[in-house]
Ligand binder design. Sequence first.
Ligand SMILES: Cc1cc2nc3c(=O)[nH]c(=O)nc-3n(C[C@H](O)[C@H](O)[C@H](O)COP(=O)(O)OP(=O)(O)OC[C@H]3O[C@@H](n4cnc5c(N)ncnc54)[C@H](O)[C@@H]3O)c2cc1C
Length: 588
Amino acid sequence: MSTSAEQFVSTEFDYIIAGGGTAGLVLAARLSEDPSVVVGVIEAGDWDPKVDAINVPGLCGTILGNPKYDWAFIRIMATDPTSLTSGKALGGSSMLNLLGINRASAREYDAFETLGNPGWNWNELLKYMKKSEKTLPVPVEDSSKYGLVTPDPQFHGDSGPIVKGYPTWFNPLHLQFLETLEKLGVPKNPESDNGNNLGGVTTFVTVDSSSALRSYSANAYYEPNAGRKNLVILTNSTVTKINFRSGSSPLQAVGVELMNGSQRYNATARKEVILAAGAFQTPQILELSGIGNKDILSKHGIDTLVNLPSDHVYVYSIHEIDPTYETIDDIVEPEVLARQQELYKSRLGYLSTALASLFGFLPAKSFASPEQLSQWKEQALATAEKAPAGLRKQLELQIEWFLNPESVEAELLPFPGFFRGSPLKPEPGARYSSMVSSLMHPLSRGSVHIASADPTAPPAIDPNYFSNPLDLEMLLAILKFTLDKVYKTSPFSDPVRKQVSPSPEECASDETLKEYIKNNCGCVYHPLGSASMLPREDGGVVDPQLKVYGTANVRVVDASVIPMQLSAHTQATVYAIAEKAADIIKGL
Ligand SMILES: Cc1cc2nc3c(=O)[nH]c(=O)nc-3n(C[C@H](O)[C@H](O)[C@H](O)COP(=O)(O)OP(=O)(O)OC[C@H]3O[C@@H](n4cnc5c(N)ncnc54)[C@H](O)[C@@H]3O)c2cc1C
């Protein structure tokens, strides 16, 4: 049930969860399964179960930048002030994400354990990914037309809260992309959620095709349990810090301070405070609470946290294609929009599903020559040698993966239309094919810290892209593979009329292309590792029980704890982490 701030703080909770986002609501639902346990969730955003831009899959992305639903943090980068999207409402980023749900390789999840986290590995996370999801059957007609296969039940959940299925609308270039990749040595992978994600992949989407609605933590984990008396949700309220019992060592949390409007309140937790405010704001709350690196916190009159956040970095390209191809460019035409709205009533058409559900997951050997690979290896090893011990372990794993022909090092995501992030404008009536080309395991690491002791001030986020110049070299090779191979190999190349972005001038040399990348790169919305689960001496913030070092009863349960960037989009992993965390807390 939802409540007012006054009522909320008059309740004695067992657990207080800061952030009612993707992970926060999984935990809230699981912990409150026991009616004797009282759980309070504090969410900074609102609860809007009826907004089309959230619920209608084909409208996903239209809400980005809207301050009611998106924190839209400005990243610190010299080149441009692009905002970093992060969901702000019940459901958090699962409320506005782009709906793809997939998994990284078994080797990457096993690396959690190798890095010093016993019990965190592929088999264990697979168990919890399955627990979180219900997989819909594949429609026979789509299966024959788009080469989809029935998922292997041993790798997919059948009764969890999050509903996932294959898309119900496919762009005509779907099969052509997969066939071109095959010609370039990247085979189709019909079951990429089994621990081997390499290849041309049609991904599942978090859409319930029986209703053609988004499935996310708010409507899957919270809504069905909203009537529980022992699950209390306070929205439009910001956790400003954790309150500790004075003089306690290790630090004993007794609750949190929160802001509702301009009023401050204290809420009490008998057992634990759990931070689930996402990779940008969980570290903010920790720092505001005095947990972190002294040098940074003393600047703001408080005490900081060692952190290693990172994200995938992408660059886009755009081609104009044969105008007889159906792409979503035509949605601006009123009669097309009306037709799509009509189709949506029968749960069909663009609006019924995610617009991007196709991926090329490539090994480094696809886009780099053997000479480049060995040169990059030497450069990366030199970086690793100079890195602090914890980071060195990660970089050594990354180098091993980079040289492994089974490991996914680049992602190509074809978008059936003009890429909306470009400053250029589409020609009226023209049709486009865009590609988002990303690096999976960047060597650079960014940071997030408080910029002020004021809890309402946004944190200072520095993605620090290309601080290791090898990342730029690798992304350049991935972009060149996209432009010179993928867009020039039939059948994907058949409808191409003209390359729009980068322009011929921007393609003049490697140097001009690097400038293009720097000016047109972005994050793939996967910030993580800002309160990593790693040994303390390796720069970790939480232990394998997700407990913050130096505290008796504060945990972090969200994307912040993922120690390294994965070759996948993050939501499946976050759901699994939260499911596992609930069992850890319950002592199961
Ligand atoms: C635009 C976008 C597109 C994406 N697309 C995909 C995709 O297609 N597939 C995929 O797998 N992943 C995708 N992701 C990534 C994935 O959705 C996230 O990694 C995941 O949802 C993060 O979950 P979380 O629990 O860590 O944080 P969140 O879900 O972001 O939850 C954090 C919550 O805490 C709240 N909060 C923050 N600070 C406070 C505070 N001080 N007090 C109270 N509440 C607070 C926030 O409002 C938010 O609700 C995308 C992400 C974004 C932003």
